[in-house]
Design a protein. Structure first.
Length: 230
């Protein structure tokens, strides 16, 4: 079983691995949420002991693997059940779950982004993730916008899987979907952010980052479709 823990830990590479993200089975969703929360707590402790920004790429990988293995080993029965249910494809199932956990960490665990930057060999000071902090005042509107975009993308994904489309076509579809939903919520957006908001591209981009963070929780598979390679 340890080799599957390692496969799960290795799968937790940020952003690029989201290309392989598969939807979670309902039975694994609670486990994934629990793993995400526990890994984030462990990251906070480890970062306090030695800031992730100071880690080398190799140290970041070791930290990730050790944390993931330790947390996963706290849930041996759940992991064992997943492996048995997956049969010969257990390693692939573990990797897919690891990638979904990575998506949740990217959305919900700020310190994880620093570790992910070190894994990518970049300087966190120059590779900051967009600020996806959602204020309480804007949360209802942005949650509604994220939900509507996810609903739209999920319906389109059911007709023609996004991940099987050429990247250019996929990006065009996602852009049209977001533009359509922003237009549908134009009144609410201008009420929330002011009458000139829809003419202010930097502010729209900043809002889009926040909506993307909310979408990563609601529809991770569809969200991953516009972050992957062709």
């Amino acid at each position: 079983m340890p080799r599957y823990f390692l496969a799960l830990a290795t799968a937790l590479l940020p952003l690029a691995t989201l290309a392989q993200t598969k939807p979670a089975a309902p039975s694994t969703t609670p486990l994934e949420s629990q793993l995400t929360a526990e890994i984030c707590q462990d990251f906070d402790k480890l970062n306090a002991a030695k800031p992730f920004a100071q880690l080398s790429k190799e140290e970041a990988m070791s930290t990730l693997q050790q944390s993931m293995t330790q947390v996963a080993m706290n849930h041996p029965q759940e992991i064992e059940q997943l492996m048995k249910a997956s049969g010969a494809d257990a390693q692939s199932a573990m990797q897919a779950m690891g990638q979904r956990v990575a998506s949740q960490l990217a959305a919900d665990c700020p310190v994880a982004m620093t570790l992910f930057a070190r894994l990518a060999g970049t300087d966190p000071a120059t590779a900051q993730a967009p600020d996806i902090t959602v204020s309480e005042a804007e949360r209802p509107l942005l949650t509604k916008l994220a939900t509507d975009i996810c609903t739209d993308l999920t319906a389109q994904d059911a007709k023609k899987p996004l991940l099987k489309m050429p990247k250019a076509d996929r990006m065009a579809m996602v852009q049209k979907t977001m533009e359509r939903q922003i237009k549908a919520h134009a009144t609410e957006l201008t009420q929330q952010y002011g009458p000139t908001f829809l003419q202010d591209m930097p502010r729209i981009t900043a809002m889009g980052a926040k909506v993307g963070g909310l979408m990563a929780k609601q529809c991770p598979t569809q969200t991953a479709a516009f972050t992957i390679q062709p």
